[in-house]
Design a protein. Structure first.
Length: 368
């Protein structure tokens, strides 16, 4: 006997993804497939966005090499996610507040963090967390999803202060399985806080495929439970990512509350350089498929066809970026080593007696 539509549970589930089509402007070879939503970026802005993406790819390559040389500590590769990371940041204002995850260092640098401090953060040096006064950002969050709760709080503070600024953050597909994800999105939605939550769906939470983490067919639809808009975008298409992020910012800044954006993207490297081996859980066929969707190839083809980009231009940018990285790592090397006394001073504004005694002992040792 057929079920009444109101209790036909299979039918209820099957219709959940209807409102979450993937937004795309450039196809895999850089051809425009949806000109109706083409962003109104000038030629200079298009070149600037592409330049940031190339810069990020070089930074990833050099950071990987520096890690292998023992000159960096923790590092989470970013190659493949340049459009998702840099096009979202490109749509934001310098006064907006960024709460990055540990893979979101390129966005943090583009938002204003000096490159040498990003290297120091990777080494676990406290100076890497000492930010310029005008940098509206928090250090990268290591706890999966915790930045979503922090973003909701900062966004509510911005609203209470009557600011037109917006807070934005990132997590991966695995982060949407964390309790902090739901708490942050729900809190921001309840208070209509100006926040943008970006989910960078790269298909694997370290080694667990997305389809084994959740029964939801899209991650964008998780916004429905919080009563906020959710949208899915081709995360390898910089123009589509930028346009969606720009509109989300305008929506949030106008007092309408938060937006959840799912970017379909891919990390070409391992989860981190701390022992992960992606060949154990990803196939060559999957890697090859996503290599054909490379965000740099798309933008390179698009801009070349418009006469705005050349190989010579890209080669010069690559060499310039390498020089900047070399200078930044040298600057990081020149920062003094951390001391136990500094840790004790930073932990206690007023030291209790036992800590004061330890502080005196370590200061004496360090003075020798």
């Amino acid at each position: 006997m057929a079920l009444h539509p109101a209790v036909d549970f299979d039918q209820l589930v099957s219709g959940q993804t209807a409102d979450f089509p993937m937004i795309q402007i450039l196809d895999e070879v850089g051809q425009v497939v949806n000109g109706d939503i083409m962003p109104t970026l000038t030629d200079d802005e298009l070149v600037a966005l592409m330049s940031q993406m190339v810069w990020s790819r070089v930074l990833d390559q050099r950071s990987t090499a520096l890690n292998r040389q023992g000159r960096l500590g923790f590092y989470a590769p970013t190659a493949g996610e340049e459009a998702s990371q840099l096009a979202t940041t490109f749509a934001m204002k310098k006064t907006d507040w960024l709460l990055p995850g540990y893979r979101d260092v390129p966005e943090l640098i583009q938002h204003g963090l000096p490159l040498y401090k990003a290297f120091l953060w990777s080494r676990g040096h406290v100076v890497g967390n000492e930010y310029p006064e005008d940098l509206h950002a928090l250090p990268p969050q290591i706890i999966i999803g915790a930045q979503y709760v922090q973003t909701a709080g900062i966004a509510l503070g911005l609203k209470k202060n009557g600011s037109d600024e917006v807070a934005w953050t990132y997590t991966g597909d695995g982060g949407t399985s964390q309790g902090d994800f739901y708490e942050g999105v729900n809190f921001a939605g309840a208070f209509k806080a100006p926040a943008i939550f970006v989910v960078q769906n790269n298909g694997f939470a370290i080694s667990v495929p997305r389809e084994k983490q959740t029964a939801a067919k899209t991650l964008a639809q998780k916004a429905v439970a919080a009563g906020i808009p959710g949208i899915q975008v081709d995360g390898m298409d910089a123009l589509a990512v930028y346009e969606v992020m720009k509109e989300a910012r305008a929506y949030a800044a106008a007092g309408n509350g938060p937006v959840l954006i799912e970017t379909l993207t891919y990390r070409y490297g391992p989860h981190t350089l701390s022992g992960d081996d992606p060949t154990r859980y990803r196939s060559k066929e999957t890697d090859d498929l996503w290599q054909k969707r490379d965000p740099l190839v798309r933008m390179r083809n698009f801009l070349t066809d418009k006469g705005l980009w050349s190989q010579e231009q890209e080669d010069a940018l690559i060499e310039k970026t390498k020089d900047e990285i070399k200078a930044a790592i040298t600057q990081a090397d020149q920062v003094g080593k951390q001391t136990v006394s500094r840790f004790l001073k930073d932990t206690y504004e007023v030291q209790p007696q036992n800590v004061a005694e330890q502080l005196a002992q370590y200061q004496a040792k360090e003075a020798k």
